[in-house]
Write a protein that binds this ligand. Structure first.
Ligand code: NAD
Ligand code: TYD
Length: 362
């Protein structure tokens, strides 16, 4: 094998779910900042969109492979062919409302898919020279939702908060986190786990709160707020999350977990009001202005977690990461991105999207 091929392999990372919201932001940021080869394994479910990665077409350092993380043969072949120095595992079913309507895919991808990656990684590592094995990392991207729901006065989630998942989505992510932990503890797999709060930013599929509100407000459609709108989430701009994941990959201590958050707790209603007033300014000629006249309170989500909050002091103290964006700067960038990317929005809001909206909000 030529020296440059060997060098290439030693630099390559394998990403799963890199055509989704966070994954595609991560791949773009990686290619911009790190510039080392990326192999992206993505099934291209309704949430995956290769258009997000169009700027990389023709880039010899970027390889896309459509496929399922549950396909062990495929995962094995990719590991053998590309011999990555790390796996960054984003692939998941990620929408809580969908997990309530149909949990099957959540168990399959989030639990069995993670298990399949762990097993194939274990086999791959056992055949690697000791030096490469010691450099290898398996970084598992998870969520703050595994910790359950907080009362308004409770302290924020830290890395030692006991797991108490409440939705099929968070339960499937918790199961995956436990498997990752067990593979480190039992087999010595060099794992890292990150638990992050709600992300927002470019390329988020408009079934999630912020892009749904932007899209509906621009089309003078109702803005459906669940329950009393007082549920609290911590919000992080997606590029900050990507930077945090890169930091953990570079400097994180093997076997550890890192909470990632935006220092930005907001009630849902506050978020929707913020989106509306920004749109009042940016789109004063829309058919319904002020846009908050479109706010409509709808039936609550079953088992709706009241509050999530992240204590992100460990990643700051140990690895020096903290977010660059405030909610005010991040939401502005996000709204501007959606307004400037109508073509992208049109391309993702196909028949299947309308069917979801019609079924879910009917
Ligand atoms: P997303 O739903 O936008 O994207 C998921 C991607 O995974 C899609 O490209 C999809 O095609 C792919 N995928 C799904 N099943 C697959 C399978 N079986 N095999 C291969 N690929 C598959 O999700 P996201 O919002 O980008 O989230 C990425 C990760 O970050 C998830 O693990 C999620 O749990 C975690 N996370 C998300 C948030 C958030 O606010 N979005 C917050 C914290 C953690
Ligand atoms: P979501 O974006 O689905 O993320 P998650 O459930 O993972 O936190 O929802 C964020 C919050 O917004 C959550 O409390 C549910 C609420 N929500 C609404 O009020 N209306 C909606 O139409 C959606 C999609 C969410």
């Amino acid at each position: 094998m030529a020296v440059q091929d060997l060098f290439r392999m030693e630099q390559t990372i394998l990403i799963t779910g890199g055509a989704g919201f966070i994954g595609s932001n991560f791949v773009l940021q990686w290619m911009n900042c790190e510039r080392t080869p990326v192999v992206n394994l993505d099934k291209l479910t309704y949430a995956g969109n290769p258009r997000n990665l169009k700027p990389l077409s023709g880039n010899a350092s970027y390889i896309f492979q459509q496929g399922d993380i549950c396909d062990r043969e495929l995962v094995r072949r990719l590991l053998e062919r590309h011999r990555p120095r790390a796996i960054v595992h984003f692939a998941a079913e990620s929408h809580v409302d969908r997990s309530i309507r149909g949990p099957d895919d959540f168990i399959s991808t989030n639990v069995t898919g993670t298990f399949s990656l762990l097993e194939e990684t274990r086999a791959y590592l056992s055949a690697l020279p000791a030096e490469n094995r010691s450099r290898f990392r398996f970084l598992h991207v998870s969520t703050d939702e595994v910790y359950g729901s907080l009362g308004l006065e409770d302290p924020a989630f830290c890395e030692t908060t006991p797991y108490a998942p409440n939705s099929p989505y968070s339960a499937s992510k918790a199961a995956a986190d436990h498997l990752v932990r067990a593979y480190h503890h039992t087999y010595g797999l060099p794992t890292l786990t990150t638990n992050c709060s709600n992300n927002y930013g470019p390329f988020q599929f408009p079934e999630k709160l912020i892009p749904l509100m932007i899209l509906n407000a621009c089309q003078a459609k109702p803005l459906p707020v669940y329950g009393d709108g007082q549920n609290v989430r911590d919000w992080l701009f997606v590029e900050d999350h990507c930077e945090a994941v890169r930091t953990v990959l570079a400097k994180g201590k093997v076997g550890e977990t890192y909470n990632i958050g935006g220092y930005s707790e907001k009630k849902n209603l506050e978020i929707v009001e913020t989106v509306c007033s920004a749109l009042d300014e940016l789109r004063p000629n829309d058919p319904v202005v002020p846009h908050n006249n479109l706010i409509t309170f709808v039936k609550d989500r079953p088992g709706h977690d009241r509050r999530y909050a992240i204590d992100a002091r460990k990643i700051h103290r140990d690895l020096g990461w903290k977010p660059r964006e405030t909610f005010e700067t991040g939401i502005r960038k996000t709204i501007q991105w959606y307004l400037a990317n109508d073509e992208w929005l049109q391309s993702v809001t196909t028949g299947a999207y309308h069917q979801w909206v019609a079924t879910h909000y009917s």
